[in-house]
Write a protein that binds this ligand. Structure first.
Ligand code: NAD
Length: 264
């Protein structure tokens, strides 16, 4: 039985974060570094990863390029991390892409790609990290889903399907490691002020020929009970808490952080 009363006890834990050259993934990486963890940044582009590692100026961070649609690159990411740091304690499935179109106009190729980046990758990373975590008898897998994993949004068929599916994988994976000291959870954020979201509102503003602020006030905020975008730091703090030992009985669930969106 673990007896830690320190809420944030991730010091020296080894964390891999996919899609962490920008946005939420990069913010999560900084949060873990601030709390003494060892972090592997991972993303599509080796150049931008090197740049981020340089900027972070920490001896506890390294980067490994990995396209999560390629199974060999996922295996390589996990094995290289284990070789370098000796363990893999926390795996965060964060890589994601967005495309919005009605179903009849949605390209099948784009649908397949989005399922591969978000849903299939979550299966593959779990498959390859489980043996290490089971051997350690300790692990945390945190899947960044979305409120789009809980309710439907017109125009987001692939994103919704992938995020709903991630919640399904989360439950199955949690059951398969429930007695092994490993937890698996999904985090479901609402709208956060990141490039992925701001680009969507930029596009909408351009198509209506109005300012982004006007779109936020007239289109988005009426839908959000707290009338605000979510602070990215709060997402990272929730991930950090879910990784800690006092979250050891939280497993197979989705933690919603959405400013009240899905309460309606
Ligand atoms: P972002 O675009 O800033 O970051 C996503 C990262 O994933 C990028 O760095 C990108 O290069 C990487 N990526 C894309 N395809 C990849 C691949 N095949 N292999 C490896 N990396 C790949 O977006 P973000 O807003 O930081 O999103 C991060 C996660 O949070 C996503 O899963 C997204 O669905 C989820 N999310 C975001 C919001 C939001 O409001 N921004 C809300 C809910 C959930």
């Amino acid at each position: 039985m673990e007896h830690s009363h320190n809420i944030i006890d991730v010091k020296d834990k080894v964390v891999i974060i996919t899609g962490s050259a920008s946005g939420i993934g990069l913010n999560i990486a900084k949060k873990f570094l601030d709390h003494g963890a060892k972090v592997v940044l991972s993303d599509l582009n080796a150049g931008s990863l090197h740049q981020k590692v340089k900027e972070l100026k920490s001896p506890n961070v390294m980067s490994i390029k990995a396209d999560v649609t390629e199974e060999e690159e996922i295996e390589d990411l996990i094995l290289k991390t284990k070789k370098h740091f000796g363990r893999v304690d926390i795996f965060i499935n964060n890589a994601g892409i967005q495309h919005v179109a009605p179903i009849e106009d949605f390209s099948t190729e784009t649908f397949d790609k989005m399922i591969a980046v978000m849903l299939r990758a979550t299966f593959l990373t779990t498959k390859h990290v489980f043996p290490i975590m089971k051997e350690q008898q300790w692990g945390r897998i945190i899947n960044i889903a979305s409120i789009n994993g809980l309710v439907g949004f017109a125009g987001k068929v692939a994103y919704n399907a992938a995020k709903h599916g991630i919640i399904g994988i989360t439950k199955v994976a949690a059951l398969e490691c429930a007695t092994e000291g490993i937890t698996v959870n999904a985090i479901c954020p609402g709208y956060i002020a990141t490039p992925l979201v701001l680009n969507q509102f930029d596009d909408l503003a351009k198509s209506r020929n109005v300012s982004v602020d006007k779109v936020l006030n007239e289109v988005l905020y009426p839908l959000i009970p707290q009338k605000t975008l979510i602070d990215i730091e709060d997402i990272s703090s929730l991930v950090l808490f879910t990784s800690s030992s006092c979250a050891k009985h939280i497993t197979g669930t989705n933690l919603v952080i959405d400013a009240g969106y899905t309460a309606q």
